[in-house]
Design a protein. Sequence first.
Length: 303
Amino acid sequence: MIYTVTLNPSIDYIVEVDELKLGELNRMKRDLKLPGGKGINVSRILNQLGAQNTAIGFLGGFTGHYIDDKLKQDQIATDFVFISDDTRINVKLKHGDETEINGLGPAISTEEADQLVNKLSVLKQGDVLVLSGSVPPSLGGNFYERLIAVCEEKGAEFVIDTTGKALLEALPHGPLLVKPNHHELSELFETEINSREELIAHGRKLLERGAKHVLISMAGDGALLVTKDEVYHANVPKGQVKNSVGAGDSMIGGFVGTLVLSNDALEAFRTGVASGSATAFSDDLADRAKIDELLPQVTITRL
Ligand SMILES: Nc1ncnc2c1ncn2[C@@H]1O[C@H](COP(=O)(O)OP(=O)(O)OP(=O)(O)O)[C@@H](O)[C@H]1O
Ligand SMILES: O=P(O)(O)OC[C@@]1(O)O[C@H](CO)[C@@H](O)[C@@H]1O
């Protein structure tokens, strides 16, 4: 079973204007509300791929109920801790470019935090826990470490999609997958990365520190999969980009879901890329039909 953890879910409020005039009244051309947060996005893609999963994390208030209802409508299994503060609303402003304004996240009490940790007591060998996205400040900086400790105790695998110190600290615990984009990789090692060779060298460093698979995404410029034996490159399909929000989460969902279903890392890589691009070419996250349409356009090359 796959569990996704979203400590800081959001309603993604997508607002489109023709032109953004700061300091003036702008009228929306279109708007859309989506259940969001990185782990929830991973669950939505897993669901499209038929990979059984449960979305867990914290939800609260009217915004939290909205998300829970939407996920249930899509037959996604959920087991959230309901908190007394409201889940955040993140604004995604499309004005030719994409500008995002993400909320900090709700207040979460010690009791509420403990309830989430207790939910992980169901984990067992063979399960995969996907830890994705920001940690609400009220939870403190090392909350992911607590969840990783439960995974280790139960013999479950974990995937972590975060940045900076939290990612570096997770590596010695052997994540099944990490997926920095090329900018995040430079920031992580506080260095400029200017070539594919340098990307691979830094990807290898993540492996040396403990990661089992390293995916390096480069938006429209392809992706790399670095494993202990080999390095692979994937092209990305061509298409009209409508939305990049959730492309990275879709890639993780495609990879993890396929790896769990088939145990084939290359097929997982191919599906991850197709899922990321299918989201980039959709208004909402990708659906199965779009992923299937793009799969034949992804070619994997061993480097
Ligand atoms: N312009 C694009 N054209 C085709 N595919 C894309 C494009 N942008 C993103 N993708 C797809 O989505 C995957 C992840 O994209 P990206 O490298 O932007 O990840 P990210 O930075 O984690 O994404 P996010 O915007 O969700 O934070 C890519 O590997 C690719 O498959
Ligand atoms: O604030 P975080 O947790 O870092 O990111 C949250 C978020 O931007 O990530 C998803 C896209 O990846 C969106 O659904 C959501 O709004």
